[in-house]
Design a protein around this ligand. Structure first.
Ligand code: ADP
Ligand code: MG
Length: 713
């Protein structure tokens, strides 16, 4: 019997067939949103007055009228049951970074030994899961472990299906008994409200009325890898850590760039089609799908939506990718760096803000609209420059550390890419006095119309972590497995702060001085903050030096970055805008650090285990084979080939020695809780194991190699 999992897996993978269970001739318009309790369903199921009241909450953010909760709950229940649901759950996003759910059946005993199906307004509005096992960073002592989930009516309820049933999921916020946020959604909603208020104020300064509140929008492009499940199951590192801890880079990987936008293999295509169909049923506007740069790497991008909904949808996209992958004999890897030496995965966070009926990051077609656009642009420049470190913290995780600055995806230095044309305009504003006319080549806000900015001309720089792409900003440093709420909470708050400052100055200005005054404000901002703008190659060594000269922070890893989280300035800002209280901010600091330490430790322990139980035995088996042959040659008095085999024993032997010595040091570092030393030792261990992979008999190597993981599917 062959006990080598790797060889068994290769055979198995070669036998795989395309799983064609997804609906062919899928009628997209009829399935889209069929599992969502959306406005259309609400209209059908709710009495008119109730519907109208609920709409006010959803559309205008008005406080929910608790009297209508019973009606809404009843309607939701009837609809969910018609969809086959037997259970409901509050669906929330605790600080583990994933989603959480605890199901309750609709059943209620009647007095005749049977049941009726019930769902009360109270159960809809508030839940009380035992929260003691979720990370709280000390916010909630276990003896008062109660946590509350509270319905977020701005994100519609939906049906989650499994092979044998269905569950009604109600998006909720998750708070402690004393009201502190224990999740990602609560501060996100607060930050959205804050930036909305400030943007409305700014628009009012320009004499614009807002019928509905300005909103932030998000479209996130999600990158991922697919590996065959057979291979996945043969690699303890993938199972335990979601990434490979060892693996020699094969001769061919991504050099030829033949995977990017290449024809999609049938097995993957079948998977993608099923993913799209599932997402459409959930009302998620999945739009784009393609092969990414690295072999076995792919991307899915939905169309943008209001920020909160888009974040929820992204969580559902990640879950759907994982579940559907499994049905197709794949494992979906959402880790930021599943393979060393190969491109990692990110989540391009396309962010914008719209108000007064249009996208405010669209330059617009009149001088008036241009002026608003430039003002918001300058607010963002100020915000990102002032809070570059904070933005960096918002994407700091153990997984993303492997990716950021790894000479591929965005570097750890935050800078803004504006493109030549827009940079030129910014330069003109900086130089131009209020008196100068366009003839002099200088911009005069309010009088000149911006030239039309061609969209693609602004998006050639793929190396920038924060790029203006025509009508939105793309924050590219977000990690592929991250909940996008974190980075957007920061983004919303810092931009709100900058807009607040600008609006404060504009409001004090006499009407007749408005244009000149605005010009001065923007000029001030540009002078002070233009150091954050960089249109060059962010991967170059020269930029690292240049950025240092400009005084831009370069925070290499998570522990370094975390020092810039709960600073007195940040506490003051987040408290001022009602996004985080001091304790909330500090508790998150603790959780982020703890998660980082735990992930680092899990990876290191997995590595030690794999070396001891897989790598060393394989190496020894090979040595045994060679040594046996050497003995035989000697017995026979043959010398040809003897030297070569002794050299093999020497090469593998030295590395075997080195590997065991490194394991010893690694174990000490783990025991000491020294994450820096742990990472350094693990890196050394990896180097020597990867060398062994290139020396040991292929038929003895116990785990799938990169050439198999990345190319056989
Ligand atoms: P790419 O960045 O690959 O060139 P696109 O420009 O088409 O692709 O858009 C990428 C993402 O940005 C999509 O999810 C898209 O819906 C989103 N997007 C477009 N406009 C906005 C906007 N105003 N606000 C937020 N996201 C947007
Ligand atoms: Mg993009």
């Amino acid at each position: 019997m062959n006990r080598n999992l790797r060889l068994t897996a290769i055979k198995e993978v070669a036998m795989r067939r395309v799983n064609s269970k997804a609906v062919k001739n899928c009628d997209v318009t009829s399935i889209f949103g069929e599992d969502v309790f959306n406005l259309k369903v609400m209209r059908d199921y709710l009495p008119k007055p109730v519907y109208r009241k609920l709409l006010l909450t959803i559309r205008k953010g008005e406080t929910l009228d608790s009297h209508i909760a019973d009606d809404v709950a009843n309607a939701m229940k009837r609809w969910a049951i018609s969809k086959g649901a037997t259970h409901y759950t509050h669906w929330f996003q605790p600080l583990t970074g994933t989603t959480a759910e605890k199901h309750d059946a609709f059943i209620e005993p009647d007095n005749d030994g049977g049941v009726t199906l019930n769902f009360s307004g109270k159960s809809l509005i508030q839940g009380e899961p035992d929260a003691s096992s979720f990370p709280s960073g000390g916010l909630r002592a276990t003896f008062e472990a109660r946590g509350y989930t509270a319905w977020d009516p701005t994100s519609p309820a939906f049906i989650k299906r499994d092979e044998n049933g269905a569950t009604l999921c109600i998006p909720t916020a998750f708070c402690s008994y004393t009201g502190e946020a224990l999740d990602k959604k609560t501060p996100l909603l607060r930050s959205m409200q804050t930036i909305s208020r400030q943007a409305e104020r700014l628009l009012n300064c320009f004499g614009e009325k807002c019928d509905s509140r300005p909103i932030t929008t998000l479209g996130c492009e999600q990158e991922y890898f697919l590996v065959d499940k057979g291979f996945y199951l043969a690699r303890p590192d993938l199972i335990q850590c979601g990434c490979t801890l060892f693996g020699k880079i094969p001769a061919k990987h991504q050099q030829l760039e033949d995977h990017y936008f290449g024809a999609i293999k049938p097995r993957v295509m079948a998977f993608m089609s099923e993913v799209d169909q599932e997402l459409w049923r959930l009302g998620i506007p999945a739009k784009t799908r393609h092969n990414e740069v690295a072999p076995a790497q792919f991307e899915i991008a939905p169309m943008f939506e209001e920020l909160n909904l888009s974040v929820d949808h992204n969580m559902m996209v990640m879950e759907t990718l994982r579940l559907v992958a499994d049905r197709h004999g794949f494992a979906c890897l959402l880790h930021e760096k599943p393979f060393a030496g190969i491109n990692g995965s990110g989540k391009h966070n396309n962010w914008s803000i719209s108000g007064a009926g249009r996208n405010l990051l669209d330059p617009g077609s009149s001088p008036h609209q241009n002026a608003i656009f430039l003002t918001i642009l300058c607010a963002i420049i100020q915000a990102v420059d002032k809070h570059a470190a904070l933005l960096r913290v918002s994407v700091a995780t153990a997984g993303n550390d492997h990716r950021l600055g790894a000479n591929e995806a965005p570097p750890a230095i935050i800078s803004i890419y504006l493109g030549e044309q827009l940079t030129d305009i910014i330069d003109q504003i900086e130089k131009g006095g209020a008196q100068s006319a366009k003839a002099g080549g200088f911009m005069n806000i309010g009088a000149d119309t911006l030239p039309v900015l061609p969209k693609d001309a602004t998006d050639r720089n793929r190396t920038s972590p924060f790029a203006f792409t025509g009508n939105k900003f793309e924050f590219r440093a977000v990690g592929s497995s991250q909940n996008c709420a974190g980075p957007n909470i920061v983004l919303n708050t810092i931009v709100a702060e900058a807009i607040d400052e600008i609006a404060g100055r504009l409001e004090k200005m006499p009407r007749k001085d408005f244009n000149a005054g605005l010009h001065t404000i923007l000029q001030d901002i540009i002078k002070k903050h233009k150091k954050i703008i960089f249109n060059g190659n962010n991967y170059s060594a020269a930029w690292q030096k240049e950025a240092e000269k400009r005084g831009l922070p370069n925070l290499h890893n998570t522990p370094e970055a975390l020092k810039y989280w709960a600073t007195p300035e940040n506490i003051a800002m987040f408290e001022k805008y009602g996004v985080f209280s001091q304790v909330e901010l500090e508790s998150r600091s603790e959780i982020f650090q703890e998660t980082y330490d735990l992930v680092t430790k899990i990876e290191a322990e997995t590595a030690v285990n794999m070396v001891n139980t897989m790598i060393l035995p394989a190496t020894i088996a090979y040595q045994n084979k060679v040594a046996g042959n050497v003995t035989k040659l000697k017995e026979l008095g043959l010398s040809a080939g003897l030297e070569a085999q002794l050299a093999i024993l020497e090469k593998t032997g030295t590395r075997l020695q080195q590997a065991t010595a490194t394991v010893d040091r690694l174990e000490k570092a783990i025991a000491a809780g020294d994450s820096r030393q742990t990472i350094a030792c693990q890196h050394e261990l990896r180097t020597v194991v990867d060398e062994l992979e290139g020396l040991v008999d292929d038929s003895l190597w116990p785990m799938p190699k990169y050439s198999e993981l990345l190319f056989i599917y």
